[in-house]
Structure formats: structure tokens, C-alpha cells
Ligand binder design. Structure first.
Ligand SMILES: Cc1cc2nc3c(=O)[nH]c(=O)nc-3n(C[C@H](O)[C@H](O)[C@H](O)COP(=O)(O)OP(=O)(O)OC[C@H]3O[C@@H](n4cnc5c(N)ncnc54)[C@H](O)[C@@H]3O)c2cc1C
Length: 365
């Protein structure tokens, strides 16, 4: 029912603003969200609850990436709170063998507008310069703490116009922490026209710098926002114009990575069946063991369980992002999941069609 509701386009289109308004008016919709979309896509409201979800996954040999999914914070106090929570996650994760990575979003620890200004290469005012200094320190401290606790850490990729600042901080952290092994993982989005070139260039920089390159490969989550911004500014879209081109680029990136495993480790963050199969085949062709520690598959909690559990069953390293946080604070994350599961061009979403065919299969047994 949940996936059917999300795939109904008019509801998905107005749902986020309805929910936002209802919460502003203090209407009692929290329990409804908690029992539906939240329980499908989130591991809980606190780290303890997320660890219980991680424990369930561990029984099926699936590891977890505890993701404090609070977004949209703007004040220094909320950034400091997020950093404290992330530090806690790193420390706790290190004592749970079934937690594979720590993760964070740069906009969770610093202002979007500041990342944008740094990305444009503009001169910063004095107070902005000290704010940037603090943000960079927070970023580096999280990576240092993860290394100290022997837990790998991934940094999510965000909008193209703030990514140069994020890349700069990731590169610094990788130089410091990734010797013969990757502790810090950056993210490359292959829906970008320059995705593959960026991947190769970052790999080459790591190789030349004598450190291991850690990268999460994803297609990219901000398709609509990126296109709207480019259109509004009369710019060429930075993204591929077709899904087919993105798919091709993603699979090329997987090939590049498997061919260069000597100096890199990867996490393939995808729900796409054919890319997953493609990676498994590349590994088999190159004689890479299914459980090679340099390759991790990952899906989001509540999505593509068919891939996650089958990969685990066949001995691959596979993790779920387990987002958690107070219901109201994780709404932007939940809205993105709803948007992803909307019917596109009259086709039901992938999750819905998988669920429907499984129900059909069970009925006919
Ligand atoms: C573990 C994990 C971590 C993630 N971390 C990040 C992150 O750090 N940053 C981030 O941005 N995203 C992240 N994502 C989300 C990811 O980028 C995708 O949005 C999502 O996984 C859907 O893509 P897919 O590979 O699963 O495959 P599919 O569902 O087959 O592909 C959907 C994707 O294809 C692309 N696409 C769709 N239509 C078009 C079109 N017309 N033209 C061009 N491209 C198109 C878009 O990127 C879209 O999201 C993560 C996903 C996972 C599973």
C-alpha cells in the first residue's frame, strides 16, 4: 500500500508540502509517518534503535552503515550537535563488526552557502574564513576519529555547485589517512557528464600521491534540482541527458575500478539490477574473490532487498544504509525516497513491481 501510494504521482507531488504544513500546524501526523514511510526507510529515531535494525540485518550477513539522516540544519548549534552525534556513531560503530562504514553529509556539518562560495573560488570575508576553518576542522576531525577507531568513513556527494569544496576536503583527508588501505571514501556521481573523468582524475591523483583511493560510486540523487537550476540560469545541464547515458557511465566506472583495484577500494551504491550483476561479473572475470575487502555493494534500507539479501547469501560484502533520526528531521530524506518511487512515464516503480511480482509468485505456489 505504501509503495502504491508513493507511485501515485499527484500524491507524491503534493505530499511533501502537505506533510510540511501539517507539521507546522501541529497536526498529529507524526504517528502516521512513523508507522508508514518512516518505518519502511528508517532504522529508528535514535542510534540505539538503528543498532537494533542493524542487528536484524546482521543475522542475514548484511552489514550496516548507520546514517544520521538529519538534513537542512542551518545554525552552528545544530552543526555542532550533528558532529557530536557523528562522533558517537563512529565510536559505537567501531565495536560492532556488522557496521561497515560511518558516513556523513557535508551539509550536515556546515552551511550550504559557504560550501557554495568556497566552490566558486570566491574570496571569503573574515568571519566566513573562520567559519570555513571550523568546517574544515570538523570534517578532518571526523575522519581522524574514524581512522583512530579503525572504521572506514564515507562522505556523501551533493549538488554540483558545492561539490568542489567537498572534493577538496575529501582529497585532504584521503592524503592523510589512506596509506595502503582506504579509510576515507569520497563519492563520485556518474549522472554527471564529467563523472568518469573526475573518477579517473581523482584516482590518478591518489596514485601519484602514494595513497589508496576510496570511492563510493552512485548515479546521483539531485537530478531534478540540478536540471531546474541549469535551466533557470540558461546553463548547459551538468548531467547526462538520458538515463541510458548515466547507466553506461556508471557501468564504465565500475569497469575502471575493478581494473584498478591495486590502488583503490570501492563501494557500489546502487539499486540497479544490471549494474549489480555487471559488477559481480567483472569480479568473476578478473578473478576477484566475492568477499574481497576492496569491494562493497550497498543499498538503502527499505529498497532493493532482493539485491541485498541475494548478494549476502552468495558471499559478497554488502551493506545497507540505515538512516535514523527524529521523524521531523529526516523528512527531506524521506521525501527523496518518495520521489524515487514515483511512477515514471506510467510505469510502476521498481520496488512496487518487485513486490507485486513476489506476491503473485507466492499466490501461485
Ligand atoms: C548506498 C547508497 C548511497 C548513496 N549515496 C549517495 C550520495 O552520496 N550522493 C548522491 O547524490 N546519491 C546517493 N545515492 C543515491 C543514488 O545517487 C541514486 O539516486 C539512487 O541510488 C538511484 O540510482 P540507482 O543506481 O539505484 O539506479 P536506477 O534506479 O537505475 O537509476 C536512477 C538514477 O539514474 C539517474 N537518472 C534517471 N533518469 C535520468 C535521466 N533521464 N537522465 C540522466 N540520468 C538519469 C539518476 O541518477 C537516478 O537517481 C546513494 C544510493 C545508495 C544506494
Amino acid at each position: 500500500m505504501l509503495f502504491k501510494a508513493m507511485s501515485f504521482q499527484p500524491l507524491s507531488a503534493i505530499g511533501p508540502s502537505m506533510v510540511t504544513w501539517a507539521l507546522k500546524l501541529h497536526l498529529p501526523i507524526g504517528p502516521i509517518i512513523r508507522k508508514t514511510i518512516f518505518s519502511q526507510f528508517c532504522g529508528g529515531e535514535s542510534i540505539d534503535q538503528a543498532l537494533i535494525s542493524a542487528g536484524h540485518l546482521a543475522r542475514q550477513n548484511v552489514r550496516s552503515i548507520l546514517d544520521f539522516a538529519v538534513e537542512g540544519a542551518q545554525s552552528e548549534e545544530s552543526f555542532a550537535r550533528t558532529v557530536a552525534e557523528l562522533e558517537n556513531v563512529i565510536k559505537i560503530s567501531s565495536s560492532h563488526a556488522h557496521v561497515s562504514f560511518a558516513v556523513f553529509k557535508p551539509t550536515g556539518i556546515t552551511r550550504f552557502a559557504l560550501l557554495e562560495k568556497v566552490s566558486r573560488g570566491e574570496a571569503l570575508a573574515k568571519d566566513e574564513a573562520s567559519e570555513w576553518e571550523l568546517a574544515s576542522q570538523r570534517f578532518q576531525n571526523l575522519c581522524t576519529l574514524a581512522r583512530k577507531h579503525n572504521i572506514r568513513i564515507m562522505i556523501d556527494a551533493e549538488e554540483t555547485w558545492i561539490q568542489p569544496a567537498i572534493d577538496q576536503m575529501c582529497e585532504t583527508a584521503m592524503k592523510i589517512h589512506n596509506g595502503n588501505q582506504a579509510y576515507v571514501f569520497t563519492t563520485v556521481q556518474l549522472y554527471r557528464k564529467d563523472g568518469l573523468a573526475r573518477l579517473e582524475q581523482q584516482y590518478n591523483a591518489a596514485k601519484a600521491g602514494g595513497y589508496h583511493f576510496g570511492v563510493k560510486l552512485v548515479r546521483g540523487a539531485y537530478l531534478i534540482k540540478e536540471r531546474e537550476r541549469a535551466k533557470a540560469r540558461g546553463l548547459d545541464s551538468p548531467l547526462h541527458s538520458t538515463k541510458k547515458a548515466t547507466d553506461h557511465e556508471f557501468d564504465q566506472a565500475l569497469r575502471f575500478c575493478v581494473n584498478h583495484l591495486d590502488h583503490m577500494s570501492i563501494c557500489a551504491g546502487t539499486h540497479n539490477d544490471s549494474s549489480t550483476l555487471h559488477l559481480a561479473k567483472l569480479m568473476a572475470d578478473r578473478g576477484v574473490a566475492k568477499n574481497d575487502s576492496r569491494i562493497e555493494f550497498a543499498q538503502l534500507l527499505g529498497m532493493s532487498d532482493n539485491l541485498t539479501f541475494n548478494l549476502a547469501h552468495h558471499g559478497y560484502n554488502v551493506s545497507k544504509y540505515v538512516p535514523y533520526g527524529p521523524v521531523e528531521a529526516v523528512l527531506p530524506y524521506l521525501f527523496r525516497r518518495a520521489e524515487e518511487n514515483t511512477a515514471i512515464r506510467g510505469q510502476v516503480s521498481r520496488e512496487l513491481s518487485l513486490i507485486e511480482s513476489e506476491i503473485q509468485r507466492r499466490r501461485s505456489n
